[in-house]
Write a protein that binds this ligand. Structure first.
Ligand code: 26Q
Length: 834
């Protein structure tokens, strides 16, 4: 009999009710010292940044915690409908700065630390990035959560708690070298583990059918190997509004019987190995890599996320509504971030039917009015497909359900196109052949009530191309939601100089209503404002220059134009086109063609998927060109080139504010949206770009005079394919001819014969899907325009101001309002502050 702590007849004080914490410097200072000395056990002899960082983080986390609880009480009291954002990636980066900014305690924390002789910036820099994503798609998920919290929307993120995030990139002799990133090495004070909400996830086994007492047949999944999913919750604060939402990341753990069964059978080693294999599920983030397609562990991860999240939502549902799911679809919505969590569709069917006794019709009605799918790619080769054989082994019960979904869907298709067997084959969720595959995008479309692209052009091209047949059947499902970025991290946090300047003119309402930046427009004509704008940009360039000098050992002079391309390395993004232009500039310098020259610093950064040979070779080319250019004294006053290793969220926080020219030069029709383009624009960079992805909308907002356009349009690219002749273009364009001669002569690889042959071959290949040669002449002209414009400082400053002023549409606050209006239909909630 446990001892009672409290006598029942006495009135009980609440164990969860506490007075609110103070937000002044003195409150932060006293909590900080308590944590440092009493909780972490440090004294005056210890001066390690690590403990100081942790003490301050815990101090701020307490302030998040009380708001977190209040937010959940408010959602509960309002009986809020919820959206769950399911994503294999949340690229959240660092948390300390974001917590301070959104809690509105930046100044108080700075003062508290300063008074103790501590530099806040050093603590901020101490934090490892949480690199739980590859790039655009993962960062988008993180920006969405920030905006939902800021708008008071009941949205919860569900993702994976990877032990190892995106690999760390080193450059050795110009080559990319990957190293595992153990980001949790020093602990992570921003998450709290909630073992009480652990879920059990099944794999393997087989389906068994049985009859219930009423004689109705049901299925159950038996003889499975189970793994536990343990939630680690990360608070997601809104901007100065008292809301704190949740990002719940699942971590794999072995079940007890894993040890027991085999241990009892005397196989201790095996039992430890199996425990390892269970815990491997959340060990590592897969880099976005075609060569990784079809890997069993990736499918295990996807199912792990989908099943754990759905079971968590259903656990909560059943605790409030029992087995009555009639209002489930009215109260819950799942947004699928690409096809990666699409297995959630058959999994929800399984849970409703096998575990809650619903019939197919009811389960399908609920599922297909609860799921919504976002597509992020136009490249057909990037669409996810899984071998049926793998499904059969790993998720046999889900394969049964997928077959049934497909059979019923094909029935509908036959009604739509009677007798058209070719069409049936084309749209079938199962791709037939010697090794049949499950087409995940088709499953996602069939099982969702909404299908959206991430920029207007992209959404249009989905309807015309990739998903045309589905669009014919269900035109009402298809919609566009143009991406955005959060102005909190991407301006207010990363660009304090610009933030202060803007707020001094128009107040600070723009931070939560970015359209207010349009009030800056008239200020572009104000010489004093331009002077101050220039001053801020120069300070930011000095900061970026320091980073480049530290990490690349290259000196970037802030009086030069800073020309930047940072993003994942991919052929369609055409880092190659950019480096060809750099070679052209170098060639001009060597020819003495430098009259009216605009000096440039060209910065590259980005990771190549470990198995993507062409992307890795492009990195090598950039580094070799940089070495030749930087070591040649002739270039001293004209050109610098650097490749920044290990590009990541926290690097972009320095890069975007210090950039003059933003390179967005993908082959038209290939970049779904782009979001780096938006971060640069907000921070006053001018875009040089093609009519691709969100570039089109950026140009629409800022006007053609303030955007440097070049290149073929998406329809022109497609029209040219059949007769594309790069060698003729090279023969006709003297600049390109000279660049290729330099490359072919081995000028940039004198002791590394042939290493760039594959790159030259790709440019000269009439089947080059990225048509680099086709856009080169226009790109060089556009770069000349950029140089001329930069030469006219006032003209450039006007353009820079106008770009920030026109960036309002690219706030994720707008994006989230669009999702909410058209797809989610959530009611914003304001938590009570006592
Ligand atoms: C696939 C199979 C196996 C392992 C990993 C993957 C994988 C992982 C990540 C496939 C794709 C991704 C990420 C894609 C991505 O980031 N797409 C980008 O999404 C942005 C946000 O919508 C857009 O702005 C970019 O245009 C788009 O490229």
């Amino acid at each position: 009999m446990p001892t009672r702590l409290l006598c029942l007849s006495e009135p009980k004080p609440s164990i969860t009710k506490l007075p609110p914490l103070g937000m002044e410097a003195r409150d932060i200072s006293s909590d900080f010292r308590r944590y440092y000395v009493r909780t972490l056990g440090r004294d005056k002899h210890c001066r390690s940044t690590h403990y100081v960082y942790n003490a301050l983080s815990l101090t701020l986390r307490d302030r998040l915690m009380e708001r977190w609880q209040a937010t959940y009480y408010a959602y509960d009291a309002a009986k809020s409908r919820f959206t769950y954002y399911l994503s294999m990636e949340f690229l959240i980066g660092r948390s300390l700065g974001n917590a301070m900014l959104n809690l509105g305690v930046q100044n108080a924390a700075e003062k508290a630390m300063y008074d103790l002789g501590i530099h806040l910036e050093e603590l901020v820099e101490h934090e490892n990035d949480a690199g739980l994503g590859n790039g655009g798609l993962g960062r988008l998920a993180a920006c969405f959560l920030d905006s939902c919290a800021t708008l008071g929307l009941p949205v919860m993120g569900y993702g994976m708690h990877y032990e190892y995030g995106m690999f760390r990139q080193h450059i050795e002799n110009g080559h990319q070298v990957e190293e595992p990133d153990h980001w949790l090495r020093n602990g992570h004070p921003w998450e709290i583990v909630r073992p009480e909400y652990t879920q059990r996830i099944q794999y393997g086994g087989r389906t068994e059918f049985y009859k219930d007492d009423a004689g109705v047949t049901h299925a159950r999944w038996v003889d499975t190997h189970d793994v536990l999913a343990v939630p680690c919750d990360i608070p997601v604060p809104g901007f100065e509004n008292g809301t704190v939402n949740t990002l719940r990341l699942w971590k794999a753990a072995a079940t007890d019987e894993f040890d027991l069964e085999e241990f009892n059978a005397g196989d201790y080693t095996r039992s430890v190995a199996d425990k390892n294999s269970a815990e491997n599920i959340s060990m590592v983030l897969y880099p976005n890599d075609a060569s990784e397609n079809g890997k069993e562990l990736r499918l295990k991860q996807q199912y792990f996320l989908a099943s754990a999240s759905l079971k968590d939502v259903i656990r909560h549902w059943v605790s409030h509504h029992g087995n009555d799911f009639s209002q489930f679809a009215a109260q819950n919505c799942f947004q699928l971030n690409d096809t990666h969590p699409t297995i959630a569709i058959p999994e929800l069917m399984r849970l409703l039917m096998d575990e809650h006794g619903k019939g197919w019709t009811e389960a399908w009605k609920i599922t297909s009015s609860t799921m919504a799918y976002t597509n992020h790619t136009l490249l057909p080769e990037a669409l996810e497909r899984w071998p049926v054989r793998l499904f059969q082994q790993l998720l046999p019960r889900l394969l049964d359900i997928i077959y049934e979904i497909n059979a019923r869907f094909l029935g509908e298709v036959s009604k739509h196109w009677p007798g058209d067997t070719g069409r049936l084959k084309a749209v079938s969720i199962i791709e037939e052949g010697p090794a049949p595959q499950v087409r995940m995008a088709y499953l996602a479309i069939v099982g969702s009530f909404s299908v959206n692209g991430v920029a207007e052009l992209h959404s249009q091209l989905l309807k015309e191309g990739l998903f045309h047949d589905f669009y014919s059947i269900w035109p009402q499902k298809f919609n566009n939601k143009t991406n955005g970025v959060t102005p909190r991290r991407w301006v207010a946090w990363c660009n304090p100089g610009m933030t202060e300047l803007i707020s001094s003119e128009i107040g600070h309402g723009w931070i939560t209503d970015l359209s207010q930046l349009s009030q800056l427009k008239p200020l572009a004509e104000n010489a004093e404002f331009r002077r101050r704008w220039h001053e801020v940009k120069q300070e930011n360039k000095a900061r970026l220059s320091k980073l480049v000098s530290l990490e690349c050992n290259v000196i970037f002079d802030p009086s030069f134009m800073f020309d930047v391309q940072v993003k994942r390395i991919h052929e369609y993004k055409r880092q190659l086109l950019n480096i060809l232009h750099v070679i052209h500039l170098y060639d001009r310098i060597k020819r003495g063609d430098t009259a009216n020259w605009t000096p440039r610093c060209v910065l590259f950064g980005g990771k190549a998927a470990p198995g993507y040979a062409m992307a890795k070779r492009t990195i090598k080319l950039i580094n070799n060109v940089a070495k030749v250019v930087n070591e040649d004294p002739a270039t001293q006053d004209f050109l610098r080139v650097a490749f920044l290793p290990n590009y990541r969220v926290s690097a972009m926080e320095v890069i975007a504010p210090g950039t003059d020219l933003s390179e967005q030069i993908s082959t038209a029709g290939k970049e779904a949206s782009g979001t780096g383009n938006m971060k640069f624009m907000m921070n006053g960079a001018i875009t040089i770009g093609t009519l691709d992805g969100a570039n089109i909308e950026i140009r629409e907002e800022v006007g053609p005079d303030n955007f440097i356009l070049f290149g073929l349009t998406a329809p022109q690219v497609e029209a040219m394919r059949s007769h594309y002749n790069p060698n003729e273009i090279i023969a006709k364009d003297e600049n390109l001819g000279r660049v290729l001669s330099l490359l072919e002569s081995g000028f940039f690889n004198q002791f590394e014969p042939q290493i760039f042959d594959c790159i030259v071959d790709s440019i000269r290949n009439p089947h080059d899907p990225w048509m680099t040669a086709a856009d080169f002449p226009a790109y060089v002209d556009a770069q000349r325009t950029a140089s001329l414009l930069y030469h006219d400082r006032d003209r450039w400053l006007r353009m820079s101001i106008l770009n920030s002023a026109a960036s309002g549409r690219f706030s994720t606050d707008r994006t989230m309002q669009d999702y909410n209006r058209d797809i989610w239909h959530l009611t914003p909630v304001k938590p009570d502050r006592e």
